[in-house]
Write a protein that binds this ligand. Structure first.
Ligand code: D41
Length: 692
């Protein structure tokens, strides 16, 4: 047990150390100890304070979230008003500002030095320190009086609760902006979305909402940040003679000040700073809405003084707003190269982010639902940098009365606006797709490239550039049109030599002879890759059997579940796709048709078997060949669809699965009995030595 004096000394040391690490972490962004060590220090502090409650001080790091929720915020008057800033929007505005400054200082020919800094898009606040201790904090309010937000401000880790010993003036008022870093904002909104909580439109709103929480415990969870931009009431200190010097002095007192500040000369220096900062704007960890220019010398600031409520010595040079309000005139869809329907809001044109915007993406139906965007709504559109404009949210107060109905893509677009084919939303998927596939012009190029690809119809020489030209010129709309191309047409295309035209025609001709599996794969049915195409070919054997299959029949194919079965069925029952398939057959595309496993005769017709372990006489290859010759199929995994599991010595997990799913189990003898008199095919030199 420590004595009171020892506890006091340890508490002081702990507090200083913890605040130092807070400063390294939250202000300098450069921590020197691991988080776990920091937590240990905090725990020691809290435990010791619990033992010695009378030694708790208001500046202890343990007190950052100490205050109970307030009923309302107290109003406080600012001893020195917090003025507003005049705005500049153009280069000319800035040149005129600089001229006024030079004239105001009585030396129009002498260039002026300015302190230039980012204009944080946050909330202005004033922090008051009495002999180094944070005593209260107030929002700017109307500039003359604001709200006492001391309890909330204490939770902001980058704000010092006490200033370094021996350096503190009798009184110090620091002014700056409270804001939320972009990454903290993203995280807060992600959490809110997951838990159904309030989603904020931008970091500024999130910061404002968090600072004005009556319960400081909530503010503490929100991770706010602070940057100092100047001072107010100061007593008992000799301030540096320039704005830049004051900022350095504040940094020395451990206040967060931005590293983006510069001292520049004349209007040209200001404009160059504006452009450089603008170019990096989107890479900064916080949002800014402009640059602030201040005459650097404090004596000059005082000579220039104020007009109305704003200083003559400073100006805010704004970047084009990235958000604006406008009205949704319609919601339409774009059909992408994969057939996905992307909803787009058609907007009343509005100037935002430096350009006129009349469309904004709505991503998908889930996003429309989440933001509840309806035709006629007033919305916030955002265009940040070169990013595609998006609808951030709806201004519900401006929703027309009576309210327009919720917007459903499927209801408005039961058929594809490009090709008229049915649209579908697959269960569990966010996207709605056009089933037009091969036929839909929007999907044509993609579909053609897939059709011609090496593992599909393998048409060598039909690449992206050529497909673009063929489609753009209207020479090819569907894969069937490829088989109608002739030498004069191809050779007439620019950049197409007669020799390569001939080679392409030969490749197209060669592709006429293919396999059913390749053909099915080449169709580009959603959810049908190479393996499923091969399964379908094996199962049905003939294209007409596949075309005739209903969803239930399709599900009998091993590895084909309800989603894939539905997708195949939708595709094959789309009349346009049917027409393309028939045109391909008419153009001479052919393959060898088998009976198909399902209709093939044999004792194992339509059955799926799984092999596991070593059989006494048959090799794996022999057993497989026997089963297939008897009309059965060998699958690699056990499922509810497995008809028999053939088990040999040392079986693997497939055996356990077979038991768990209660599938019939056979040994080699049982298998041979099922096969009856199926002739044993010769596996062509693959004979394994038969051991007994
Ligand atoms: O970053 C800011 N938002 C910012 C605001 C800044 N960097 N400097 C500022 N300087 C002043 C003066 C020159 C009046 C001391 C300001 C503001 N004012 C300000 N913030 C809100 C109203 C005025």
């Amino acid at each position: 047990m420590l004595t009171r004096e020892q506890a006091q000394a340890r508490l002081q040391a702990l507090r200083a150390e913890i605040e130092y690490h807070n400063y390294r972490y939250y202000v300098l962004d450069d921590p020197v100890i691991p988080d776990a060590e920091f937590d240990r220090l905090m725990q020691e502090l809290i435990a010791l304070e619990a033992q010695w409650p009378e030694l708790i001080t208001p500046d202890s790091p343990s007190q950052r979230v100490g205050a109970p929720p307030a009923k309302e915020f107290r109003e406080v008057r600012h001893a020195i008003p917090m003025l507003s800033l005049n705005n500049a929007f153009t280069d000319e505005d800035v040149i005129a500002f600089d001229r006024r400054v030079r004239e105001g200082l009585g030396q129009p020919e002498v260039s002026v030095e300015y302190a230039a800094e980012p204009k944080f898009d946050g909330l202005a606040i004033a922090l008051h320190y009495e002999r180094g201790l944070l005593v209260f904090a107030a929002t700017r309010g109307d500039g003359y009086s604001g709200e006492d937000v001391t309890a909330n401000v204490r939770t902001v880790r980058s704000i010092p609760l006490r200033l370094p010993d021996g350096q503190a003036p009798d009184w110090l008022e620091v002014r700056g902006e409270v804001l939320m870093l972009k990454r903290d904002f993203e995280r807060l909104n992600a959490q809110a979305r997951a838990s159904g909580g309030k989603v904020f439109a931008n970091p500024r709103n999130a910061a404002a909402g968090s600072l004005r929480q009556l319960d400081p415990a909530i503010t503490a969870q929100r991770r706010l940040t602070f940057y100092a931009y100047g001072v107010g009431r100061v007593e008992g200190a000799q301030l540096p003679p320039t704005q830049a010097g004051i900022m350095d002095w504040l940094a020395g007192l451990r206040f967060p000040v931005t590293t983006e500040r510069r001292v520049v000369t004349g209007a040209q220096g200001l404009l160059a700073y504006y452009r450089e900062l603008g170019a990096r704007r989107h890479d900064l960890p916080y949002e800014i809405d402009g640059a602030v220019y201040k005459v650097n010398r404090v004596a000059d600031q005082e000579r220039l003084g104020f007009v109305a409520r704003a200083p003559r010595f400073a100006i805010a040079h704004k970047y084009p707003a990235e958000e604006a309000l406008t009205v949704v005139e319609a919601i339409e869809v774009n059909v992408g190269r994969t057939g996905a329907l992307t909803p787009v809001a058609r907007l009343k044109p509005v100037f935002v982010g430096g350009v006129t915007v009349s469309n904004a993406t709505l991503h998908n139906q889930d996003e429309i639902d989440r933001k509840d965007v309806r035709v006629g709504d007033t919305v916030i559109v955002r265009r940040a940098g070169d990013v595609i404009p998006e609808v951030v949210g709806v201004v519900l107060e401006r929703r027309p009365v009576p309210p327009p109905p919720r917007f459903s893509i499927l209801e408005h677009y039961p058929v594809c606006p490009v090709c008229g084919s049915r649209t579908v939303r697959e269960p569990g998927e966010a996207v709605i797709r056009c089933t037009g596939g091969l036929y839909c012009p929007a999907q044509r190029k993609q579909a053609l490239l897939h059709f011609a690809s090496r593992r599909a119809m393998d048409i060598e020489g039909l690449g992206e550039k050529l497909v673009d030209r063929l489609v753009d010129r209207g020479l090819v709309a569907t894969p069937a049109d490829l088989y109608r191309l002739d030498l004069p047409t191809l050779a007439a295309l620019e950049r197409m030599a007669e020799k390569s035209a001939g080679n392409l025609l030969a490749a197209i001709d060669r592709s006429r002879h293919t396999t059913l599996a390749r053909f099915i794969y080449a169709l580009g049915i959603p959810n049908v890759g190479e393996a499923t195409a091969a399964d379908l070919a094996r199962h049905f054997g003939r294209l007409d059997a596949l075309l005739a299959a209903d969803v239930e029949t399709l599900q009998q194919v091993p590895e084909v579940g309800p989603v894939v079965a539905q997708s195949i069925h939708d595709f094959l029952h789309e009349p346009h796709n049917r027409a393309v398939i028939e045109a391909l057959r008419a153009a001479g595309v052919h393959w060898e048709e088998g009976g198909g496993a399902a209709v093939r005769t044999g004792p194992l017709a339509g059955k799926t078997l799984v092999l596991t372990g070593t059989l006494p006489h048959l090799s794996r290859e022999q057993a497989k060949a026997l089963i297939e010759a008897a009309g059965g199929k060998v699958s690699g995994s056990v499922s509810a669809k497995t008809d028999y599991v053939v088990v040999g010595a040392d079986p693997g997990s497939k055996y356990d699965k077979a038991l768990a799913l209660n599938r019939p189990i056979l040994d080699e003898e049982g298998l041979l009995r099922l096969l009856g008199d199926t002739p044993i095919p010769s596996p062509g030199g693959q004979d394994k030595e038969v051991t007994s």
